[in-house]
Ligand binder design. Structure first.
Ligand SMILES: Cc1cc2nc3c(=O)[nH]c(=O)nc-3n(C[C@H](O)[C@H](O)[C@H](O)COP(=O)(O)O)c2cc1C
Length: 548
């Protein structure tokens, strides 16, 4: 086994939560000393984006068929909307004297390690260069001014992570959460762009080193020690400008020779605990330049499947098309994590359950940017779904994995296909509420819901083929999670990502004995109970005051 693969396996095993002890984290948390949640670069030109909060016409259900959405023109207003709907604030919550912001993209512990950058290569509404998005102020900081325009005019979005922001609270396991968050942010970007009628192309060939160069993350003097940003993802947004193919080499040279401005402000936290294993694993999974399958925006017929379903002696008609009549922008802005569920909820309609599962299949529009075979499969604890016997079910997201999943898991799972509409298999009937709760670090959100699930990755072979794919497995989980969050809102219920679970206890329950498959993320969906003590304030009310 290669040294780097071993480093990844070692990190992964060492950061497992176990029933008898949690992964290594800080012994105490000083909330006064929390790293600043909003990065700012001092010494840059600031561009205030147009007033946030605009609505777009497309319905959430329309995003299934991107070809029917009329592409918005590319200008500062629509770019602002893209950034707001993907990474901007969605509300403030207040309890007593504490006040905290929520964003369109979720984040483990609301710590938001992900930073977003806009790269403009030749547009008349903004100078060509690299800009850092400040979600708090809905503004752009000009980090780099290019020396002229590139022929391939358009915009790109880059994502990076400040691992320390997450490690401050979660210690060694934090690196996993940063990767989940990147996947969620990628999903958030896809939905925001889809509402504007713009396909997202993940520039999957790019190496970390090149992303770092383009975004200026390798300019060490611009960052405080331990507060650097690690490169994650670069995407091209296919806006309706007449573009030429992107010349990556040219773009990199242009950014290197551009004029760079600003230094990252300190996150103002005392680094009491240090987690060197995070840098170790980050180095081991650094992405080289790769060659990848070609990407094309798929033009597919509407995914509207009418099927007849029979359960026992019942027969239900349902459709996999979303029946949500809200706009995409409304659903994106209302997305929240449920903190608590109504354990006495009426069962979730089966149509909604099926729709949510169908939405995470790799052939859907949400996964159009994902060019690789699905490596993440769902094991679902059904607690309260109309017409389905409570128990354990599986949704292999790639049929090719079915045999391997069957061979790896407990021999007495029955693997009965539930129906022909989606690849859902019944494994075991029984009340799984207590076990789901125990496995998810004793959190009641995993048992009081309609269903909760484990995302199980084809792990061993994947990381042996290339260690950096460790990150991509978490990104895929995040993308699935983001889809579930929005689909849950569209179905009138709510979801919550669950990063805290007892890894090997999940494996034991499923019968997984080695690292060929590993559970990398959990999720739960149900009827939320609101915490009436919390006040909700508008996302950008503070800007009205500041910019008057
Ligand atoms: C990767 C990830 C892991 C999470 N893990 C948990 C968890 O174990 N328990 C929980 O209650 N919430 C969890 N959450 C939900 C976050 O706490 C929530 O996203 C954050 O507080 C921001 O709130 P919002 O989602 O309502 O914007 C997780 C979210 C993400 C993205």
């Amino acid at each position: 086994m290669k040294q780097t693969t071993e480093t990844v396996l070692n990190y992964h095993n060492r950061t497992k939560h176990r029933l008898e002890r949690y992964a290594k984290g800080p012994e105490s948390i000083d909330w006064e000393d929390q790293p600043d949640l909003f990065r700012r670069f001092s010494g840059c030109k600031l561009i205030n984006l147009p007033k946030p909060g605009a609505e777009l016409k497309p319905l959430f259900a329309d995003l299934d068929t991107p070809e029917i959405i009329f592409p918005q023109p590319l200008n500062l207003t629509t770019v602002g909307l893209l950034l707001e709907l993907a990474f901007g604030l969605s509300a403030w919550k207040q309890y007593g004297s504490s006040r905290w912001a929520l964003r369109c993209n979720p984040s483990s512990g609301n710590l938001h390690p992900t930073e977003a950058y806009l790269i403009s290569t030749g547009n008349d509404f903004i100078e060509s260069g690299v800009y850092h998005y400040v979600s708090h102020d809905h503004s752009l900081e000009q980090r780099c001014l290019f020396n002229g325009n590139l022929p391939d005019s358009g915009i790109l979005i880059g994502l990076s992570s400040i691992h320390w922001r997450e490690a401050w609270k979660y210690g060694e396991r934090a690196y996993r959460y940063c990767q989940h968050d990147t996947g969620h942010a990628l999903g958030a970007l896809r939905y925001a762009a889809a509402a504007l009628g713009w396909p997202v192309e993940l520039l999957a060939e790019w190496s970390d080193m090149d992303i770092s160069t383009l975004l200026g993350l390798n300019r060490n003097d611009d960052f405080k020690l331990l507060e650097h940003e690690s490169p994650d993802i670069i995407c091209r947004i296919n806006t309706p400008v007449d573009r030429k193919p992107l010349a990556a080499k040219n773009l990199l040279e242009t950014s290197q020779s551009g004029a760079w401005f600003g230094k990252a402000d300190s996150l103002r936290a005392y680094h009491l605990y240090k987690w060197p294993i995070i840098d170790e694993v980050a180095n081991a999974v650094s992405k080289p330049t790769t060659s990848e399958p070609e990407w094309q925006a798929v033009r597919r017929p509407p995914r509207m499947v009418e099927v007849s379903h029979s359960v026992g002696n019942r027969c239900d008609q349902y459709t996999l098309k979303s029946s949500c009549t809200k706009t995409a922008t409304a659903i994106i802005r209302q997305r929240r994590s449920a903190q608590q569920f109504d354990g006495k909820m009426a069962p979730l309609p089966m149509t909604d359950f099926y729709r949510m599962l169908a939405a995470v299949l790799p052939t859907t529009a949400a996964f159009e940017l994902w060019r690789w075979p699905a490596k993440i499969h769902l094991f679902i604890f059904v607690h309260r779904v109309d017409g389905l016997t409570p128990g354990l079910y599986a949704l292999p997201r790639d049929h090719a994995a079915l045999g391997k999943l069957q061979a790896t898991t407990l021999a007495d799972f029955d693997w009965q296909k539930v129906d022909d509409a989606i690849p859902l298999y019944h494994l075991y009937s029984g009340n799984c509420r207590q076990i789901a709760k125990t496995l998810s670090c004793h959190q009641p959100i995993a048992s009081d819901s309609a269903f909760s699930l484990a995302m199980v990755a084809e792990f061993g072979e994947t990381i042996e083929s290339a260690p950096w794919l460790y990150r991509r497995l978490f990104w895929e989980c995040g993308l699935i999670g983001q889809t579930l969050y929005l689909e849950a809102e569209a179905a009138g219920v709510r979801g919550t990502g669950i990063g805290c679970y007892f890894d090997d206890s999940v494996h034991e329950l499923l019968g997984i004995k080695d690292s060929a498959f590993q559970s990398l993320y959990h999720f739960t969906v149900g009827k939320p109970l609101e915490d009436k003590r919390l006040e909700t304030l508008p996302a950008y009310g503070h800007l009205d005051l500041q910019r008057l």
